[in-house]
Design a protein around this ligand. Structure first.
Ligand SMILES: *[C@@H]1O[C@H](CO)[C@@H](O)[C@H](O)[C@H]1NC(C)=O
Ligand SMILES: *[C@@H]1O[C@H](CO)[C@@H](O)[C@H](O)[C@H]1NC(C)=O
Length: 731
């Protein structure tokens, strides 16, 4: 289903469910309350400006700087998901350390004087592995995700209650004096509920009551769920949300995800969204009664290690106002910061009146916020014409409005901002190569075969994640093929044709230890088929298939049931008997790479094998491990690894997972001229076509010591390590 290709799809579900709300379920009576116009925090009516920063997508050392820059950029609120699979990697074994130190992150936001919107989910989508669910959850007997299913509800309630109780015990909810002013339950559930019907509705009713029963003292919201039952606030996610109306007319109008561009997938281009159009989306929303908006993302960051969702790149930059490295992405950061100042000047008028809208032309409008009580006034003049600027006359004055723009007059008199006039300077960030190179050593993995002792053996083909439990991207499928000496193809010198079908995501075929084929899918179609000539000999032939998963799906109805790996058919044709079906015969399985089981990515593990160097160094060889000891690049600028000479694999620094590299996957798609004006979509302003989808891989400074650092690269396809360079991100 195309519409589930990602969680940020912006189709409109047009359906109306009327829920008669009882008066007893009014706005939350605590220090955080709201009406249809504004959030009211400790008695102050507020227009809230928010931005998403996901704590595991940066490091604790980066958090204070990111939060401070968010504050300097004019944000009031930091929004984050809660990452269940990071917090509970195995049942009952919790991790709230390092990048997963949620309490520390929230306390830092509090110290900076900002609020928190905590999106507990625990389904989070987020282009994050398995949508945030731990993989073990799928294997709980009777499990079905995100529906009226008892095992699921028990697990979900357990985790949500754990998080709420943790926040309460640290006094982090606003009525306790903490920064959390709102929470979110589930995530973009409306489309799934629409798809699955009655069990979906029952589940919605259940999780609403469950969440409300946890008595956080702050409002709960549900995004993209038009039938959210009271007292839930339903909210909008999209590129624009000015026409959205919450179904409960007493709810404030909230834009929980204003997409600052889009994610990058391996094989896809890098999407951008202009500062002008992003500001335009904000202004359009605010001039139409908007009371809360959140940039998704304000800092996108990095999908470190194996945390990315299926085919999602390691970089999660998102063209956010703070770039992947935590630096201001200009002019977007500065332009939006100016917009936020002007919105704050207009806030007293915005929170105390509805706009009076006057048409000034075919595409032009005036929105005046002028409370009856007097004293305040704010004016927005908008021009929706995507091509032409417009001269408008309002209150006997003439104004010139650029195409596709809104001018804001926070006192109704002075034009303080126009969304299309950018005065913030643009940043000229460069990736500057660091002079010193690496002194590499290499180690080539053996290609395992069916008679290797420790492997699992079974008749037929197994689903990949069922075997790996996602402890590795890799699963070896190995089998023997007997070729009789009287086979015709042996005499006439012909090849056999091997066909292998896989549910994804990438596959390398080894026959008698020789690489004989490489196939891979993509986000749109993860499935793949290998069909190719193979050379077999009389007697026993060893077929070893290395299937690799590139993240697990994070979105779609019952995505937990989607398969990965070689499920067949697997066949050989050109034999005397015609075609031989190999799918049902005996297969051996080996989870992961030898180098993974030896922890070659760590200092202690890396000494367990013999490495070679100099003239013996492996070059352009598949299944090769590389290591080098290096000094940290000088200075304080953020650093990245340029992996453009490499194929596909994984990177570690001092044992920390930098992420999956796949520089050999170049970006398909069209990258043309892109005007800020006109309706934006994720394919409108693409860059990087024909180049690697991701060339540079962020290495957090805090992972580096001055000297004696260990860099390990596993290269699955074959690459030239002499091309790997450190670069610094510098003006
Ligand atoms: C603002 O909200 C009021 C009250 O719901 C509504 O009557 C009005 O049409 C809204 N205005 C705009 C521009 O959305
Ligand atoms: C999953 O693995 C088990 C063995 O652990 C096996 O019996 C079962 O058939 C496998 N299921 C699939 C779908 O591969």
């Amino acid at each position: 289903m195309l519409r589930f290709k990602n969680c940020r799809s912006h189709f409109l579900v047009v359906f109306v469910v009327v829920i008669f709300s009882s008066l007893a379920c009014g706005p939350v009576r605590a220090t955080v309350s709201y009406d249809d116009k504004a959030f009211i925090i400790n008695g102050n009516r507020r227009i809230l400006i928010s931005g998403s920063i996901h704590y595991p997508r940066s490091t604790p050392e980066m958090w204070p700087g990111l939060i401070q820059k968010a504050k300097d950029g004019g944000l009031d609120v930091i929004q984050t998901y809660v990452f269940w699979n990071g917090h509970e990697p195995s049942p009952g074994k919790y991790n709230f350390e390092g990048r997963y130190d949620l309490v520390r992150f929230i306390k830092l936001v509090h110290q900076a004087g900002l609020f928190v919107h905590l999106r507990i989910g625990p389904y989070i989508c987020g282009e994050w592995n398995f949508g945030g669910f731990p993989v073990w959850l799928k294997y709980v007997p009777g499990m079905e995700f995100r529906t009226d299913n008892q095992p699921f509800k028990v697990a979900m309630q357990g985790f949500v209650a754990k998080i709420v109780n943790m926040m309460k015990s640290e006094s982090l909810f606003e009525p306790q004096g903490g920064p959390i002013i709102m929470s979110q339950i589930e995530n973009e559930y409306g489309p799934i509920e629409w798809e699955i019907g009655a069990p979906g509705k029952a589940y919605t009713k259940w999780f609403t009551q469950m969440a409300v029963g946890l008595k956080t003292g702050v409002p709960w919201i549900m995004c993209k769920q038009e039938d959210a039952p009271d007292p839930m606030i339903d909210t909008c996610n999209g590129f624009y949300c000015e026409n959205f109306r919450p179904h409960n007319p007493r709810s404030p109008k909230m834009f929980t995800e204003l997409w600052t561009a889009w994610y990058t997938e391996f094989g896809g281009p890098v999407p951008r969204r202009s500062a002008e159009d992003t500001a335009f989306a904000v202004a359009r929303f605010i001039q139409n009664n908007g009371s809360f908006f959140n940039y998704y993302m304000y800092h996108g960051g990095t999908n470190f290690g194996r945390t990315a969702g299926r085919f999602i790149a390691t970089s999660y930059d998102y063209d956010a106002p703070l770039d992947e490295y935590g630096l201001p992405n200009e002019p977007k950061y500065g332009h939006l910061a100016e917009l936020h100042k002007v919105i704050k000047q207009a806030e007293p008028a915005l929170v105390s009146s509805y706009p009076t809208v006057t048409w000034l032309g075919k595409y032009q409008e005036a929105h005046v916020f002028s409370p009856k009580s007097g004293g305040h006034c704010a004016l927005f003049l908008s021009n929706y014409d995507p091509q032409n600027s417009a001269k408008v006359t309002f209150w006997n004055k003439q104004y010139n409005l650029p195409p596709w723009s809104v001018s804001i007059f926070p006192d109704c008199k002075t034009e303080a901002f126009n969304t299309a006039r950018v005065s913030a300077g643009s940043s000229q960030m460069k990736m500057v190569p660091v002079k010193s190179g690496f002194s590499w050593q290499s180690y080539i993995e053996d290609t395992p075969t069916a008679d290797d002792g420790e492997s699992l053996v079974a008749d037929g083909l197994w689903e990949q994640v069922n075997v790996t439990r996602d402890n590795s991207d890799y699963l070896w499928y190995m089998t023997d093929v007997n070729i009789a000496s009287n086979e015709g193809f042996l005499k006439n010198g012909k090849d056999l044709v091997l066909t292998v079908m896989s549910a994804g995501h990438a596959l390398r075929i080894f026959i008698n230890g020789q690489l004989s084929g490489t196939v891979y899918g993509g986000l749109e179609n993860p499935k793949l088929t290998f069909t190719g000539n193979v050379k077999l000999r009389a007697g026993v032939n060893k077929i070893s298939l290395l299937s690799s998963a590139v993240g697990l799906p994070n979105v779609g109805t019952h995505y937990e049931q989607w398969n990965t790996g070689v499920l067949g058919p697997v066949s050989l044709s050109g034999l005397n008997e015609g075609t031989r079906n190999l799918a049902k015969q005996r297969w051996s399985y080996k989870v992961g790479l030898k180098g993974e089981s030896l922890s070659l990515n760590t200092m202690s593990g890396s000494s367990s094998v013999e490495w070679v160097q100099g003239s013996l160094l492996a070059n352009k060889q598949p299944l090769t491990w590389y290591k080098a000891i290096f000094n940290a690049p000088g200075g304080n600028d953020p650093v990245a690894l340029d992996m453009s000479s490499m194929g596909k694999g994984e990177i570690w620094i001092n044992g920390e997972g930098v992420g999956r590299h796949w520089a050999a996957y170049t970006a398909h798609g069209s990258c043309g001229q892109c005007s800020y004006a006109g309706t934006y979509s994720e394919t409108k302003c693409q860059t990087n076509c024909g180049q690697p989808s991701q060339r540079w891989y962020h290495v957090p400074r805090s992972w580096l010591k001055p000297s004696g650092n260990l860099l390990v690269v596993f290269e699955e396809w074959g690459g030239d390590p002499s091309g790997i360079k450190f670069v610094t991100r510098t003006k």
